[in-house]
Structure formats: C-alpha cells, structure tokens
Design a protein around this ligand. Structure first.
Ligand SMILES: [Zn+2]
Length: 872
C-alpha cells in the first residue's frame, strides 16, 4: 500500500526534521559533558599547587598494577596500606613549620547489626586497618572542629578496584599533597581517612566512629566513592540539613548534584559509608560523592586503570580541594559537642534544600522555604488562568467552561505522557517475544534510544490526533478567537497544569525533586508569551510561529535531556547487575525498565512541546514514519550481541566444598549464577569451551539440571539474594586437600551451661583451618536463638525465607589466623542449627582453568567456599 501524501505532510516532516536536529545537537553536547570532554586533565608536571589527574593516576597504577588485589584476606591489602602510609610520610616531610601533620594506623574491632540491601545481617570484625592523616595548623588544638575526607582502599572480590576506589585514594593523596604544596594552612584540621574495610559491609567507617580519637572533632565529612569508572562525581546524598549541599553549591567547580538523587538512592542496590557517618553512628553533616558512569566495570575484573574516564579524577580533585576549603572556613563547622548544643528546634529548620546543577556549569539552589513559595506559583497560575483568559468577560459560567476545556487538555496531556511510557514498553515486549535474548542494547546504549524514543513520541502524539474530535466547551464567539486556537490554548494550559501539579506533589511528599518540572512549567509560561507575540506576526498556521515557542524553551529542554540522558545511560549500565530474576517474567524486566525510563525521559524532553508542535506533528503520516523507524530499530537491535569486554556479562562461580570434621570433603561442586536476565543457558551457548569442560552437550537440559539453592550461596549473603536461578555441576573435590590440610571447623569450647530459666548457652570456637585468603565467614543460625556474644548481646531481626524457619545471619571477618570464640544462647531445648560458610579467594587448578575458559565478554568472579552444618 502506497503512503498517501496529504496536504500539510511536507510541513510536518520539515518540522519533525528541524526538531530532530535541535534535539540531536543538544544530545551531542550533553554526551560530551557527561563524558567529561570539557575537563582538561593536568599532566604529571603541572604546578605543584594544582591538583593533577596524571599524578593521581600514578597512585592508581601503584595500587592496581603493582599490587595484586586489595581484597580482605589478600596480602595486597596490607601492601596498599604501607604504600599509603609511605606517601603520607613523604607529604609530612615536605610540610613547612606552619603545619602540624599526624599520621596514624589503627586496627579496628567491633560488632553490630545492620540492614543491608533490605536484609538483616550481623557483623563481627577484628583487625581491619584504617590509615588516617590529620593536617592542621601549628597552633590548632585537639578539639578544633575538623573536616574529614573518607575513601576506601580495599577492593571488592575479584576486582582490581581502579575506579572503586583506587581513584578515591589517589584523589585523597593528591589533595593532601596539594594542601601542603600550595601553602594553604587549613584554619581547621583536615582529616583524610583511608578506610581499609568498606567492601566488607562498611566496617572500617564503623570502627572509626566507634573508637577513633578524632571522631568527635569532625564537623563535616566528604565521602568519596565509585559506582563506576568515572564521569561526573555526583552528590548522591547530603545532610543532615541543608548546610553541606549549600557549601557544595557555592564551592564546587564542576558541580554535579541533584536533590532528586537522594529520593531514589535507596532504590539502587548498594550503600556507602555515608550512612555510618551521617545516620547510623553519627550525625555529622556531609556529602556522599560518587562516580556513577562506567557502571559496566563496577565490581568486575575490568575495573582497571585503562577504564578510568579521563577528566573525571581532575574534576573530582578540583571540586574536593575547594570543598575542603569551604567547609574548613565555614563558621557553621562544629564538633560533636558544639553540635549537641544546637537545639532540636534549630535543627528542624535546616531541612533539605532543592538543588540541581545545570550542565555541570552552575548550581540551581534554593531552600525548602523558598521552594514552598516558588513551587506553589505555577499551581496558582493554573487555577487563575480561566479567569484571566475570560477577561474582560468575568461571567462565572464562561470561566467554568474555560476551566473545563483546560481540564480536558490536562487529561489529554496525562494520557499522552502515560502512552509515551506504555508504547515503548509494548515494543520492548514484542521484540522479546520474537528475539533470542534480552538486553541487546546493553553494550550499545544508542540502540535503546533508537528503539524506544520514536515509539515514545508516537505515544505522546496519539491524544493530539484525536483532540480535534472533542469540541470545546467555551463559547468561541465570546473570546473572538478561532476554535483551533482556543483548543490549542486549552491543551497548553492543561499541560502546564500537569507539570505544576507534579512540582506540587514532590513538595507535598517532602521529596527533594521537583526542580525539573518547576523549570518546565516556568519555561513553558515564558515560551507561551513569546509564541503569542510571534503568532501575531506570522499567523496561526505558519510553522515559524512554532519557532517562537521552541526557541525560548531550549535552555529548559537542555536540562531534561542532560538529566534524563544521564539517568538512562546510568540505568542501562546498571542493568548488568540487577540480578537474575525468576523466569518467565525476569526475561522481560530489564528491557521493560529501560523502555519505560526512556519513555519517561522522552515525556520530559518533548512533552512541553506537544501542545503547540502537536498541531503539525500529530498526523498519521508522521506516526507511521515513527512506527517504521521503531520497527527497523527493533529488528536491527536483535542483530547485536548484548555484551563486549567494554560491557561484560557478570557470572559468579563458586567452587563449593561441603566438609565434615574439619578435614574431610563430603561433596564438591561448581555453582554458577548470573547477575542479569540472560540465563546460564545463554552463557554456555556462547562459551562452548566452558560448556565442554562441564559436559554440557547438545542433549543437556538446563531445566532438568541440578539447581543450587540460595542457602548454598550464603558465603556471599546478601548479594546471593540477587540470584534466582543457579546451577550446580559436580566437581573434583580432592584437589583442595593438596593445598589445605585443615578445613574451617566449629567446635564447642566448654560444656553447655543451662540457666535457671531453662536457657542454654553454647560456647563455640571457630577455626578457619589452613585457608589462606579468607574474605569472610558467614554463620546462618536457625532455631531458638535468644542472645549471643555479638552486637552487644542483641540479636537482629530474623531473616525469613519463604516456608523456612527464622534464621540469623552473622558475618565474621578479619585476621583469620586467630580463632573466634563466642557464645550462643537458646531459649528452648530445640537444637540450634549453624550453617557455616567460609569464602576463600584461592582457587584450585581446575577451578582456575574453568574460569579462564570463558570468553572476554564474560566477567567471572570466582571463589572457593567451604560449607558445614552443625547442631548444638
Ligand atoms: Zn566502593
């Protein structure tokens, strides 16, 4: 069937092309900013009073290339601590007499309960090393309120940790040097905390807050972290109160912050030391600043120095130095004692502010009180419009009719925004029904934009195509305007109302967002005024009038494209680690999330244009064209392989040994799990050599294969809660006996004591045997546990598995050559079951060989684990 060309189609396509060009140019600029093209990294020979990325990268090289692994349990962790201390001593040696520099190495011990990734867990730890340096002026006192910068030097399992958090340590070392070499004598002490145990559940910061002599002096902290390999260092959390974000807004050179980020922080799996300092074990005002791009490499073996995004560390360093200065100079910097004098009433006043950066150029920042006024104005305008538009005729009925039309416009706009999300989601589902695998956009994010933006536009425009069928309620003759113009006006004010109500909803919900929709409604108002003027000149039908509407809107459009593009890219990268969700729905989830997100973003970016531009664009020829582009992109995307070594697929292998009696292997297996929606059958289909080693032939049935349940993964709890389907393959078990004579073992230390109330106390001793690279030991205790010797005697909320009894998870870590001794109390005669799982990073030869059989696009995290069950 030939496509009929109707009158107006030519103009419509011209408009479409022009708008595509405008959006394309903005998107290109935004891409450049997000990828730090605007920041020039300074070289190794940069002036000493400047922060140099090249000098910082040299530290990253030492920590990641020269040192082999900084994980808990590996020798590299201690080497890293030594390297840091050596660097700090060199800085101290350069400092003039006006400075006072103190360096301390401490080993921290402790025990506490926490909720992590929505799971309750108890932690016991000992001998984790923290390194700290305090830089102050010669005449500072020990109680002076100080500013702390925290970053961790341990790295996650199986990762060199260049971004996470070699980059943090490097930035801190270079900043400490810069302070001394620039001659800036801090008016208040600056503490750099090089934290040696973050990846093992925030233990280093907990130990610091519980025991360090400087803890009560800290008046502000900056926690630097990485959830990727670079990009803008986003302020993800700030508080308590608005002072830290205000300092950031005033002093960051390359600001990247959005108060909406804090609203969604809890949704993204992960946590940082921020919670320990600002919430759980202190009320120190602070900032949580995180590298968020390059999430592909986060916690993988690909987090190497080559993957660091140039410019990122430079921007971080320049921001950091300025922030430290601003905090140290602020009259509001108070130590714990001074903070306790600030009344509760005063504290309540310092609520979270509303803030956002604009293209990393400057910050929009206003207090909640200002937001209360500012964010209410659009809603007031919305309700006043029917009266204003009715002027000079102020008849009640007439105003009601105008209001009714505007409400219709609002309804149509809401439907459009909803369809902008629904249509791409439907496209995503349809594609998956016909294709081989999900996430085809993972290594090629532009495919996701290509597939889902046109579909989303179709959704946005659909209501406008039927808009004409609904007659307006107001009397056109009273307004002396053509019906089409009145109808367009009603749609415009309806859309304006939509953004105004969204802004209001954010405010009433007590959230930090709302800046985006506020900016949209404010800009739409200005654009509408400009449009009315231009329309008068060029006439209602001329597409030039559209220019009058679009041009003033561009500064506003840039903002959602920047913010939304960043969000979409971030989410796409994070989809590689969202967990393997139960099939059959799990197969669809990442595509649906990405399609919906791009739909929402398209709604933000194009929605404000629709009431006016829709007149040209909402026609069947344009919609057909957009659908065709979508279909081609959907078909094309299925030709792309979802992974590459720059966007690896995450696979976890556990070489599991079930042991008995401390020296016997009862069973041994390889357990496999994946961290996204492409299942293990996908992995083995494209990794034939690994499949061969595991005897996975063409007759192998993944459905009938042995599955390993979550309890077998308890050594990496609660990360194991992300695995919904794991497979188990038999392995040779005896190899390990060539390496280790003694396996981890739990034994009763003395006879069981029974109290008068009938509760039993079991005294236990945990020996980790001859294991060499222990990352941690996890005890899953099931039964009538009523008290124990951990976390000041308090047991946490039980962990509930559907259909199972309540159980308590305890994780122990640190210096494994000593035994752990502890007691458990049971309040009934029923047995306490203790499942012990110890994670060792050492692999036997076969497991190493298996790990190396996977292609480059697979990132394998592999470890050995030793499991034993006991009843006491
Ligand atoms: Zn980290």
């Amino acid at each position: 069937m030939a496509l009929g060309w109707r009158t107006g189609d030519g103009t419509a396509f011209k408009c479409l092309i022009a708008l595509t060009a405008v959006y394309g140019c903005i998107a290109l600029g935004v891409y450049a900013i997000i990828h730090m093209w605007h920041v020039k990294p300074l070289g190794i020979d940069a002036p000493l009073d400047r922060f140099s990325e090249a000098r910082a990268v040299e530290h990253v090289r030492k920590l990641t290339v020269d040192i082999d692994g900084r994980q808990e349990g590996k020798a590299g962790l201690e080497e890293a601590a030594k390297y840091i201390v050596g660097q700090l001593e060199m800085i101290a040696a350069r400092a003039g007499p006006e400075y006072r520099l103190e360096i301390e190495e401490t080993l921290v011990n402790g025990s506490f309960n926490m909720i992590f990734l929505h799971h309750s867990i108890s932690l016991g730890y000992r001998n984790h090393k923290n390194v700290a340096m305090r830089i102050s002026s010669r005449d500072s006192t020990d109680d002076d309120p100080s500013v702390m910068v925290n970053g961790h030097f341990d790295s996650p399992l199986g990762s060199p940790g260049a971004g996470d958090c070699g980059s943090c340590v490097a930035s801190m070392l270079e900043t400490a040097r810069q302070i001394v070499d620039s001659g800036w004598v801090p008016p208040r002490p600056i503490i750099f905390l090089f934290n040696g145990a973050e990846e093992v559940f925030l233990l280093g910061s907990h130990g610091f807050m519980k025991t360090n002599k400087w803890r009560d002096t800290i008046g502000a902290f900056i926690n630097i972290e990485a959830s990727g390999s670079g990009g803008p260092d986003l302020v993800c959390q700030s508080g308590p109160g608005s002072w830290p974000s205000k300092i950031y807004a005033q002093s960051a050179i390359y600001p990247m912050a959005n108060s909406a980020a804090q609203d969604v922080f809890g949704i993204i799996p992960g946590d940082t030391d921020y919670r320990i300092f600002a919430k759980d074990y202190g009320d120190i005002p602070g900032l949580d600043i995180i590298f968020v791009l390059g999430g592909y490499f986060y916690h993988t073996s690909y987090d190497t120095i080559e993957r660091l995004l140039p410019g990122s560390i430079q921007a971080r360093g320049e921001n950091l130095f300025n922030l430290i200065k601003a905090f140290a100079n602020s009259p509001l910097l108070r130590n714990a004692k001074q903070r306790s004098h600030v009344t509760a009433q005063k504290r309540a006043q310092v609520e979270q502010a509303v803030y956002s950066d604009y293209l990393s150029l400057f910050m929009i920042y206003y207090s909640r009180r200002v937001a209360l006024v500012l964010h209410t104005v659009p809603v007031l305008i919305f309700f006043l419009m029917p009266l204003i538009l009715g002027l000079p005729n102020v008849a009640f009925r007439h105003s009601c009719a105008i209001f009714c039309d505007i409400l219709k416009g609002l309804l149509f706009h809401v439907i459009g925004v909803l369809l902008a999300v629904i249509v791409p989601v439907v496209f995503a589902i349809l594609r998956l029904v016909f294709s081989n695998y999900p996430m085809s956009w993972f290594a090629h994010p532009y495919l996701a934009f290509l597939m889902f933006i046109p579909g989303s536009l179709v959704g946005l425009l659909i209501p406008k195509t039927i808009w004409g069928f609904f007659p307006i309620s107001q009397d056109a003759s009273k307004r002396k305007m053509p019906k089409e113009a009145l109808s367009e006006e009603a749609h415009f004010w309806g859309a304006f109302g939509f953004y105004s109500f969204m802004t209001m909803a954010y405010l009433l919900a007590g959230l930090g967002g709302g800046c985006l929709t506020y900016l949209i409604s404010a800009s739409m108002f200005l654009s509408w005024c400009s449009y009315l003027l231009v329309k008068k000149h060029f006439g209602y039908q001329s597409p030039r009038s559209l220019t009058g509407y679009v041009l003033p809107l561009i500064p506003c459009l840039i903002y959602p494209i920047y913010f939304g593009g960043f969000l979409a890219q971030f989410l796409i990268e994070k989809m590689g680690m969202m967990g393997s969700l139960p099939q059959p729905y799990g197969y669809f989830i990442p595509d649906i999330i990405v399609a919906a997100t791009i739909g929402v973003v398209t709604g933000w970016c194009v929605g404000p244009l629709v009431p006016v531009a829709g007149r040209w664009l909402a026609r069947s020829s344009i919609l057909q064209c957009l659908v065709q582009v979508s279909v081609i992109a959907l078909a094309l995307s299925s030709q792309f392989f979802p992974y590459s070594d720059a966007a690896p697929k995450r696979v976890v292998i556990q070489h599991r040994f079930v042991t008995a009696g401390g020296s016997k292997i009862v069973e041994s297996s390889y357990d496999f799990s994946v961290l996204d929606s492409n299942s293990l059958s996908f992995v083995f289909k494209y990794a034939p050599e690994a499949a061969k080693m595991l005897n996975i032939g063409s007759d192998f049935s993944f459905e009938a294969a042995n599955h390993s349940d979550r309890s077998s993964w308890v050594a990496i709890f609660p990360v194991s809660s992300l695995f919904s389907e794991s497979l188990k393959f038999p392995a040779e078990g005896d190899d390990i006996l060539n390496y280790y004579i003694h396996m981890p073992h739990l034994s009763t230390q003395k006879s069981v004591s029974i109290s008068q109330s009938g509760s039993r106390t079991v005294h236990l001793e945990l020996c980790l045997g001859s294991l060499k690279e222990v990352w941690g030991a996890v005890l899953n205790i099931t039964g009538p546990l009523s008290a124990w010797s951990f976390a000041d005697g308090s047991i946490p909320d039980p962990h509930m598995v559907v259909g199972g009894p309540p159980s308590y998870i305890l994780r122990l870590s640190g210096s494994h050559h000593e035994n752990w001794t502890f007691w458990l109390e049971a309040n009934s005669s029923e047995a306490l079951r203790v499942d012990l799982a110890v994670l060792d990073q050492h692999l036997v030869d076969d497991a190493k060989k298996l790990k190396n059989l996977f292609p480059r696009w697979v990132d394998v995290t592999a470890f050995s684990s030793f499991l034993t069950s006991y009843y006491f």
